[in-house]
Write a protein that binds this ligand. Structure first.
Ligand code: CTP
Length: 412
């Protein structure tokens, strides 16, 4: 796995110290995969399971995969004062899975084993990845505990929806370990203990719409959705509740993000308008088709020997960005647009910003080999206040961070 330069609290660190807390749920086996990802990408991981977690995955596994001894209680190696030291020295604590019981203990500051002691002594960012049955997740007691932890600055990732331990399905699954790893990586890189988007709801659109011609053909575009997904992941790691409206992307659901899938521009508009009323920010990273075929053939369009094809007649699609900018669903809502331009990038960007009426417009130059599908991007963020923020060529995630910095500044 690719390693990267770690910056913890502004300092470059060789091997950030991560505590992986594991509480007693069946999803404990998935934490092994998270542990592997963390160690293979250069983190020094200390696993602190609860006694209940060891019913699911044994001490030998945690110890072998982490390369460290494992203990559940405070009475081992007492001369090293582990119940204080492990938390104090950590750069990040992640609890995955976090059971309802673990969230309750953490919210109330209980400290009856090594993991709960570690949570009380940690002064670094803390991420909880809950996993439990839907009823437990929705119980008012759990809701209150999650709200307390988030108020205190912890990042609590919403569980995923899907098959649970038994035959039932619902919200409560541990998100994909690869996605929990992404949250950890971002939280660690920011190295701040108070996520600045906590308590905010943000809506992000991503991908490219497809306008069907017949059951097998469509008019589409080359947007991969990667920039929108980077925005969603980054916002989640900064504590926001995120609704991601994904148009035709094949990317995995980011952890803790509510993903709504759409196909066409009209469907995307509906989904954005539904999610926008309580949103603090709406970021339109999707490439929305400006036109759609005026007619849809319910059967496949066939070629006819000796005949010219019928011309495709197009009609205008609604401009979602202009609409939400004009009718702000709530006062102070920050609206961000994206513009891909091939020529006169800045001048066209300024005109577009005014025409769309948004607060910020991320303008990037596109061409044959630039931006689409790549991991990198280069842009200038134009503000309705006349500001201009250049973002040098780099990962889409860095651009996402800058966008949220500028949005957070507008929240005041
Ligand atoms: N957008 C939208 N609805 C549309 C078209 C675009 O909400 N029907 C949004 C995109 O999500 C993006 C921004 O508008 O945030 C810029 O889109 P772009 O297609 O570049 O702008 P246009 O107004 O279509 O200008 P152009 O004439 O360059 O196509």
């Amino acid at each position: 796995m690719e390693s990267y330069v770690f910056r913890v609290r502004g300092e470059t660190v060789d091997k950030p110290k991560v505590v992986l807390g594991v509480s007693g749920g069946i999803a404990a086996y998935k934490a092994c995969e998270l542990l592997r990802r963390l160690t293979e990408s250069g983190h020094d991981v200390r696993v602190v399971p609860t006694a209940a977690a060891l019913h699911f995955v044994g001490e030998a596994t945690w110890s072998a995969l982490s390369g460290h001894p494992v203990s559940t209680e405070v009475w081992s190696d007492v001369h090293e004062v582990p119940h204080v030291r492990i938390g104090q020295e950590a750069d990040l604590v992640v609890v995955a899975p976090a059971t309802a019981d673990m969230l309750a203990k953490a919210a109330h500051g209980m400290a009856d084993d090594l993991l709960t002691n570690t949570l009380l002594t940690a002064r670094c960012p803390v991420v909880f990845a809950p996993a439990m049955h839907t009823e437990m997740w929705e119980h008012p007691a759990t809701r209150a505990n999650v709200a307390t932890l988030r108020d205190r600055g912890a990042v609590v990732i919403d569980p995923a929806v899907g098959r649970l331990t038994g035959v039932d399905t619902g919200k409560g699954r541990l998100p994909d370990p690869a996605e929990i790893f992404e949250v950890c990586r971002r939280v660690l890189a920011r190295g701040v203990t108070a996520p600045d988007l906590a308590g905010r709801h943000v809506v992000v659109s991503a991908g490219g719409t497809r306008e069907p011609l017949d059951p097998v053909r469509f008019l589409g575009n080359r947007s991969s959705g990667k920039q929108g997904y980077a925005l969603a992941r980054t916002a989640a790691a900064r504590g926001a509740r995120v609704t991601l409206i994904a148009a035709n992307t094949g990317l995995p659901d980011p952890a803790g993000v509510d993903v709504v899938r759409v196909g066409t521009a009209v469907q995307l508009r509906e989904a954005v308008l539904k999610a926008a009323p309580d949103a603090d920010a709406v970021v339109m990273a999707a490439a929305v088709a400006d036109f759609r075929p005026s007619a849809y053939a319910t059967g496949k369009i066939k070629k006819k020997d000796g005949e010219e094809p019928e011309p495709i007649v197009l009609v205008r699609n609604p401009d979602v960005l202009a609409e939400i900018s004009a009718d702000r669903a709530r006062a102070g809502q920050v609206v961000v647009g994206f513009a891909a331009e091939t020529d006169d990038v800045l001048a066209n960007g300024r005109t577009k910003l005014r025409r769309k009426g948004c607060d910020l417009l991320v303008v990037n130059e596109v061409g044959e080999r630039r931006t689409f599908g790549s991991e990198e991007n280069e842009a200038v963020v134009l503000g309705a206040d006349g500001s201009e923020t250049p973002v040098p060529y780099g990962p889409k995630e860095a651009l996402a961070e800058t966008v949220w910095d500028l949005v957070a500044r507008r929240f005041g």
